[in-house]
Ligand binder design. Structure first.
Ligand code: NIG
Ligand code: FE
Length: 410
């Protein structure tokens, strides 16, 4: 058995036994911190923690790896509930085109964007795709991410969607952190179905979903509901087929426009509704009914220079929300949740505490991992971030761009 003791921790963050699985409003400001603390792990499982004055007798010192955390903070690892980590090629040429004045939507209409990624992925062998993804997930973990959701959606054909999901399945067994797989065949209409939406939707419903169900390749079903992509009605039909196959909805809505997709997703009891750069009064009051968790993706807002989601309004209305990276080659080439933490503070005006809750407690809920992740609680295996020596918790998002991780323990 592997036993680890962190001692002299300057600040043990989010350690507690009665932290609710979902926090909202004023609760998001209360991040418990135990100063001058210890934390004991057995095979990664939290077995004891508290102030240093109490460790004696609680922890058996034999065969223990002792980590002196003097001056350092210890946090539960982040959960990243929305990523597109499996892809074939980066798209920096589109980045340059946007600098020169084209919009993300214009680039997509010219055949770039998701279709560009799909073309590259369809041509790549599964093994190479897998190797590239292993490299990325390894870096994400080293950066403090302790659980990852990964979507398909750069396949857009039966074979290529299955190839992507098989890669995600292999990642699940390779890594010891939880990885959730989401079927996003409805990410864009392939060129050959540009004027035949019915044909592609039938392909998803009659071929892709059954094959995914048969091989047990996905946990969730996603649709990109947006003008030029899938309408709310098209989304509804696809989500219902996914639900029949045992997949919970987790959807892309309100990135560029509010067109009724959010309300439809709530009606279908989606686990999460993600993006939400555009939120109307109606959308916000619909979210109040609860049951579905909104997820903001500030890395995407930053990279595409589009509005940041209005998280302050959700805070005011006591609606819980999570933050995720949206890591992908087109709209968010950044997986670093420390950067997302900073952006949430600087651009969405969340306090360091509110943003941290959205990246841990609420983010675990956004991928159904509250029982094991999101807080440092007895019996959980959340993954542990040990920071470098820092003056305070707020110093972490404040010093944006600096990597303050000493080590991540998974
Ligand atoms: O979440 N908005 C839709 N899908 C991705 C971006 C996909 C791409 O540009 O490759 C997102 O931002
Ligand atoms: Fe996304």
């Amino acid at each position: 058995m592997k036993k680890q003791l962190f001692k002299n921790i300057k600040g043990l963050v989010l350690a507690g036994e009665d932290i609710p699985a979902l926090l909202s409003g004023g609760e998001m400001s209360n991040v418990p911190i135990i100063h001058n603390a210890f934390l004991a792990l057995e095979n990664g499982e939290v077995v004891a923690y508290g102030p240093m004055s109490e460790w004696e007798g609680i922890v058996d010192w034999r065969d223990l790896e002792v980590i002196d955390a003097d001056g350092k903070f210890v946090l539960p690892a982040f959960c990243d509930s929305h990523t597109h980590t499996v892809f074939a090629k980066t798209r920096e040429e589109e980045f340059v085109e946007r600098i020169q004045g084209l919009s993300y939507e214009q680039i997509a209409l010219n055949g770039g964007g998701i279709l560009n990624s799909a073309k590259k992925l369809q041509q790549m062998e599964e093994d190479l795709l897998y190797d590239l993804a292993v490299e990325r997930v390894t870096k994400m973990i080293a950066c403090g991410t302790g659980a990852i959701e990964i979507k398909s959606g750069y396949g857009l054909s039966v074979d290529a969607e299955l190839k992507m999901l098989r890669v995600i399945k292999r990642l699940k067994s390779h890594f010891s952190i939880p990885i959730k797989a989401t079927l996003l065949a409805a990410h864009a209409f392939p060129l050959e179905f540009k004027d035949n939406h019915r044909g592609y939707i039938d392909l998803i419903i009659n071929q892709i979903i059954p094959a995914v169900e048969k091989e047990n390749l996905a946990d969730y079903i996603d649709v990109f509901c947006e003008r030029n992509y899938f309408s709310p009605e098209e989304m509804e039909e696809i989500l219902k087929a996914g639900i029949r196959a045992g997949l919970k909805p987790k959807v892309h809505v309100n990135q560029f426009s509010s067109m009724g997709g959010l309300e439809k997703a709530l009606e279908l009891n989606a686990l999460t509704v993600d993006h939400l750069e555009v939120l109307t009064e109606n959308d916000i009051s619909a979210l109040k009914s609860g049951g579905t968790l909104p997820v903001f993706l500030p890395g995407c807002s930053h990279f595409l220079s589009i509005p940041f989601g209005n998280a302050l309004q959700l805070l005011e209305q006591n609606i819980p929300f999570a933050l995720a990276s949206d890591f992908n080659p087109g709209s968010t080439p950044c997986y670093n949740l420390f950067v997302i933490w900073s952006l949430a503070c600087i651009k969405m005006r969340l306090t360091p505490e509110q943003a941290l809750i959205a990246l841990t407690v609420n983010a675990a809920a956004a991928m159904e991992l509250s029982a094991t992740h999101g807080t440092i609680s007895l019996g959980k295996k959340p993954g542990i971030i040990l920071t470098k020596e820092i003056p305070s918790l707020a110093y972490i998002p404040y010093s944006f761009g600096e990597t303050l991780v000493e080590q991540v323990y998974i």
